[in-house]
Design a protein around this ligand. Structure first.
Ligand SMILES: C[S@@+](CC[C@H](N)C(=O)[O-])C[C@H]1O[C@@H](n2cnc3c(N)ncnc32)[C@H](O)[C@@H]1O
Length: 451
């Protein structure tokens, strides 16, 4: 097998990152972009390694009945919506299957994986977009990177984001063009604007525009601010200063240009302030259902002490605070902790405290200080929990631990440690927070086994 060769392949599986998988007679596994299980394709080999290769579809000889014709192939080619060519029912099954496969590998065979809870919206659901800004053929463009590359595809319709965000992105792009503001060039590291980030409050319609820039100021900035400020529903305009040559989108410093340093949105009955650097679940309608599921399983009691670990802007902790004695949150991003304190006040909640720090350091400290807990919610980033965090959590004695995860691989690893330390669980519930992408969110309830 060599680069550029065209070969016929039978696709038998779909990888975790949405590539079709084929096995050749000589034992090579080929990952094929834009190919689905059950299909027979002619594919061009792009890269060959020892026992595996990457390829792209040239011609589909036998089509999967689950294939959807996508209006713009760029959505599939970029990381924006790499499952858009698969029917939504099949996407839901694929997510359930992913969790089942991981459990099987870990020999956790007596756990049931429920059917994936579908999202109320399957396109236009994202309340936040972060899009690169680059110069292409002499023009400032916004778009998205082709998968595994820094080759930007210009776009105006981002498909999974709220249409209101797309309108603001395009209007901001036009303001930057009109004022001859320069776009960032990765090679020369010259040019002012690297990314645009836009957030919309799904229920309030409030909009935040963040210009991610290599410089703190540029001559056209006052005019650019006054034009962005006039766009419909814009409540916050921020410059994020990011002079670093890294792939990290946001720098550490935010400079408020106009309006408030936050927007507000709602989850259920509660209001939340959201700052530029704070995490906020991106699929608003499905978030209510995710939290309902997590909270219902916890079976909270009025005298419970509850931990909200990896608390973001306090959404989970604050949504349960009225039903329990005390909520203690921990979160590593300073502005998110400040948001959670403001959000407690905004919702007249006075039995919730939020600590700034790493959960894996705070939990052992609290445990050494003698903290005793009843219910612990954990909602970590993709890398999951640390063994130190899990050990300390268990020592605080919660009768229930509710694990919300955005990465089933680290979830399964962590569940095994909880199991060894005396917790049981029998079902995992996948919740589709990210339609059209291969990302899987799950909720698991663990109960202490009392001897
Ligand atoms: C998946 S989000 C969940 C946030 C919140 N529970 C929600 O539903 O909106 C994970 C959060 O963990 C925070 N985080 C990342 N690493 C952390 C750490 N080591 N300790 C505490 N928080 C951390 C992130 O800043 C982010 O706010």
């Amino acid at each position: 097998m060599e680069k550029n060769q065209i070969i016929k392949l039978e696709i038998t599986d779909l990888s975790y990152d949405a590539l079709g998988v084929a096995h050749t007679e000589d034992g090579i596994t080929v990952f094929v972009n834009n190919a689905l299980p059950g299909e027979v394709v002619e594919a061009q080999i792009l890269k060959v390694k020892k026992n595996l290769a990457f390829a792209r579809v040239q011609n589909i000889l036998v089509k999967s009945p689950e294939r959807i014709e996508v209006k713009k192939n760029q959505w599939v080619q970029t990381g924006l919506a790499s499952l858009a060519h698969l029917s939504y029912d099949a996407q839901l099954k694929f997510k359930q299957q992913q969790v089942e496969n991981l459990l099987q590998k870990a020999h956790l065979t007596d756990v049931t994986v429920k059917e994936t809870l579908p999202s109320p919206q399957i396109t236009g659901y994202r309340n936040k977009a972060e899009v690169p800004v680059r110069q292409i053929n002499g023009k400032l463009e916004i778009g998205f990177f082709r998968k595994h590359s820094h080759d930007m595809v210009p776009l105006e319709n981002f498909f999974t984001t709220d249409a209101k965000i797309d309108q603001i992105l395009v209007a901001t792009r036009d303001i930057l063009r009109k004022n001859h503001v320069s776009a960032y060039n990765e090679k020369s590291h010259l040019g002012a604007i690297k990314y645009l980030m836009v957030r919309v409050g799904h229920y309030t319609g409030e909009i935040m525009v963040v210009l991610v820039s290599t410089v703190k100021n540029f001559p056209q900035l006052p005019q650019v601010i006054s034009e962005i400020e006039q766009l419909p529903n814009v409540k916050s305009v921020v410059l994020n200063y990011n002079p670093q040559k890294t792939n990290v989108i946001l720098g550490r410093k935010d400079i408020l240009l106009a309006g408030n340093p936050y927007i507000t949105d709602q989850i259920g009955e509660q209001k939340f302030m959201i700052s530029p650097q704070s995490f906020f679940q991106i699929n608003s309608e499905q978030t209510t259902r995710l939290y309902d599921l997590a909270v219902r399983q916890a079976d909270l009691q009025a005298d419970d002490v509850v931990i909200d670990a990896y608390s973001g802007i306090g959404t989970i902790g604050l949504s349960v605070a009225q039903h329990v004695k005390k909520v203690i949150g921990v979160e590593v991003v300073k502005s998110a902790v400040e948001d959670s304190e403001n959000n407690a006040a905004l919702n007249q909640i006075d039995n919730a405290d939020f600590a700034l720090g790493k959960a894996e350091e705070m939990m052992p400290k609290w445990q050494e200080q003698g903290l005793s807990t009843d219910v612990v919610f954990v909602d970590p980033p993709r890398k999951g929990l640390t063994p130190e965090f899990i050990e300390a959590t268990v020592k605080t004695g919660p009768k229930k631990v509710v694990y919300i995860s955005c990465n089933p691989a680290t979830l399964v690893r962590d569940l095994q440690q909880f199991q060894e330390l005396g917790y049981k669980f029998d079902t995992i519930a996948p919740v589709d927070m990210f339609p059209m992408t291969p990302h899987v969110e799950t909720v698991v309830l663990m109960s202490r086994v009392d001897k």
